[in-house]
Design a binder for this molecule. Structure first.
Ligand SMILES: [Fe+2]
Ligand SMILES: [Fe+2]
Length: 162
């Protein structure tokens, strides 16, 4: 029996790319957000590129598994989830992992008119590290999951042989 191929793909279609870009463009082209290009997240991946990867991953999981999260809120929160605006390798304390979600949430609220739901998604993205601050929306859980997938890939790539 012939296997049907190409029905499930974890790459964006052309249409999906356009839809994603339409939501992401106002945020990723903002000069306040492009400052994240200066900061390294893991390996040689900038915080800016990391946030875009997380947004694309969350957008795709939401589509492929019919999670039903609001796409606009999801993509915006993902793009701003690490908007803490410093190099965490040299600045910040040893509790950066615990503190940065609330710093990013505050910055995102001050610079962009994000909703309380988007802010909460950003503030809880490090769960379970932030034990009592857990996601309370589908989008929040997706952001948390997509961030862990992307961060793990970055760390594994950094420590793997070329
Ligand atoms: Fe983070
Ligand atoms: Fe992140």
């Amino acid at each position: 029996m012939k296997r049907s191929r190409g029905r499930f793909s974890f790459r964006m279609t052309e249409d999906e790319s356009k839809q994603f870009e339409a939501i992401a463009a106002p945020v990723v082209t903002d000069p306040r957000v492009t400052r994240m290009k200066k900061y390294i997240q893991h390996g040689n991946k900038s915080t800016y590129d990391h946030c875009i990867d997380v947004a694309r991953m969350a957008f795709l999981i939401n589509r492929r598994f019919h999670v039903g999260a609001d796409e606009k809120k999801l993509v915006r929160a993902c793009l701003l989830h690490d908007y803490f605006l410093y190099d965490w390798h040299t600045k910040g304390d040893h509790l950066h992992g615990y503190h940065h979600p609330s710093i990013a949430g505050r910055n995102a609220e001050a610079d962009f008119s994000i909703s309380q739901k988007e802010k909460k998604m950003i503030e809880t993205h490090m769960w379970p590290l932030t034990f009592l601050h857990f996601p309370t929306s589908r989008g929040g859980w997706l952001l948390t999951l997509a961030d862990k997938i992307c961060s793990s890939r970055e760390v594994i790539k950094k420590h793997s042989f070329p």
